[in-house]
Design a protein around this ligand. Structure first.
Ligand SMILES: Cc1cc2nc3c(=O)[nH]c(=O)nc-3n(C[C@H](O)[C@H](O)[C@H](O)COP(=O)(O)OP(=O)(O)OC[C@H]3O[C@@H](n4cnc5c(N)ncnc54)[C@H](O)[C@@H]3O)c2cc1C
Ligand code: HEM
Length: 372
């Protein structure tokens, strides 16, 4: 292992058990160093886990694998312009992070650890700042809600039009959404459910947990046509490899259908030769909100097939079981390009099935709607 990576991992063991203390020190120090920074963060900062600090730590632990995270950090930097973050803020945050690590680690901390964290933080910030500087797009777009359709209690399909400036995304990508009217400064990522178009119209599929969920709850239950959202830079690499001639497997769980639908729409603009198999799973048939739309696409495109499945609906007239099991029954998928999106357990189970078929990891792209 590279020396910096070793030092980071070793020093992390000193603080790992005291995450809450680390987080407390970090924000206290940050807002003391620059009180104006507080206004960039959501009003309510507790109860949702500390996304920012966790992300910095994860990114820092990947410094020994810079290639795979280069594009991710660049897009994260582009995306961070939505928080009004500038270069000076990165420096202040680096100081706060180091202070918090030192005071949380106590006597075990040493100069070598200090240097390793400073170098790693500087490398990551440099990539994020480079990504931000190279972007000509605005830090965010205002977008007007055009349509809003509810499916049951917890799911909605929305279309919005991005205003002022063209918003360029690739099928399969996601972007951050803010609902300023209900939860200002709280952003969450949602996959775009349609292929890029000249009208600047984006579709989202949102599911909210019963009784909880800040942004998803507002998007499903409160937002109405005519209201304004804000959208930030598209991100993600679950995109099509146009040079590939392999057939395609798409596996979607619930609203994980969103990026898969965008990929199929994009394929419909040029594909003639690749078979595309979509597996679409949900608990009950009522939860298969996108099935009718998919079946229309199947009728229009001879290269497309759709296999729906329900895991908790014995009377469903189709495949029964978790979608990963169903995918396993139809395999092997060894010669396919594979795309997976949905909840963490669903993605994990499908990855296991594909690994069992010896699908090379570089042919599998996935997005997890939550921690993997
Ligand atoms: C790449 C990517 C793409 C995504 N695409 C989509 C998509 O297309 N559609 C979609 O619907 N989602 C998508 N997500 C998930 C989305 O980003 C959000 O994570 C999700 O909507 C929840 O955000 P929230 O603000 O509504 O919930 P939060 O308020 O952040 O809550 C998150 C979780 O914590 C729990 N929780 C919240 N408050 C409490 C509490 N007080 N006590 C106990 N538990 C609590 C909730 O049950 C919930 O499970 C995607 C995520 C990623 C990473
Ligand atoms: C190494 C540097 C950094 C990394 C890796 C990083 C990463 C992240 C990530 C992954 C998130 C989660 C949500 C999202 O994707 O937007 C986040 C949130 C956030 N970041 Fe950063 N960030 C860094 C630096 C900064 C700086 C310098 C600022 C400004 C002072 C900042 C401000 C924020 C804010 C305001 C949030 C939202 C927090 C919340 O919703 O609770 N970040 N960051």
């Amino acid at each position: 292992m590279d020396n910096v990576a070793r030092l980071l991992k070793e020093s992390w063991t000193l603080v790992e058990e005291h995450r809450d203390r680390l987080s407390g020190h970090f924000y206290a120090r940050l807002f003391l160093l620059d009180p104006e920074l507080r206004s960039l963060f959501p009003v309510q900062m507790s109860g949702q886990g500390d996304r920012l600090l966790e992300a910095i730590i994860t990114a820092i632990h990947t410094v020994d694998d810079p290639e795979s995270f280069d594009e991710f950090l660049r897009s994260l930097g582009r995306d961070h312009r939505k928080y009004h973050v500038d270069a000076a803020h990165y420096e202040t945050m680096g100081v706060a992070l180091l202070d918090a690590l030192r005071s949380t680690a106590g006597d075990g901390w040493n100069l070598e650890y200090d240097q390793a964290w400073r170098d790693a933080y500087a490398a990551i910030s440099a990539k994020m700042l480079a990504g931000a500087a190279a972007d000509d797009d605005p830090p965010f777009w205002h977008a007007e809600v055009l349509t809003h359709e509810r499916y049951g209690l917890d799911t909605a399909v929305l279309t919005v039009r991005a205003l002022q400036h063209p918003l360029r995304w690739r099928a399969g990508q996601y972007l951050s959404v803010e609902v300023p009217r209900y939860h200002p400064r709280v952003w969450r990522t949602y996959s775009v459910a349609n292929a890029p178009n000249d009208d600047n119209v984006l579709e989202f599929h949102v599911r909210t947990p019963q009784g909880a969920g800040w942004v998803s709850g507002a998007l499903v239950r409160r937002v109405k046509p005519g209201e304004l959202l804000r959208l930030a830079a598209p991100m993600g690499s679950m995109t099509l490899d146009r040079s590939s001639e392999r057939d395609i497997l798409c596996v979607a769980g619930g609203v994980g259908l969103a990026p898969v639908k965008a990929l199929v729409e994009e394929l419909a603009t040029y594909n003639r030769t690749r078979w595309v198999h979509v597996f679409y799973g949900a608990r009950t048939r009522q939860d298969l909100y996108g099935l009718a739309g998919l079946q229309e696409m199947v009728a229009a495109h001879p290269w497309l097939s759709v296999t729906p499945a329900c895991s908790e609906d014995d009377d469903f007239d189709g495949e029964l079981g978790d979608i990963s099991e169903v995918v396993g029954r139809y395999g092997p998928w060894t010669a396919h390009d594979c795309y997976i999106s949905g909840s963490a357990p669903m993605v994990r189970a499908t990855l296991r099935v594909l690994a069992g078929d010896d699908v090379p990891p570089e042919r599998t792209r996935y997005d997890t709607f939550g921690e993997l």
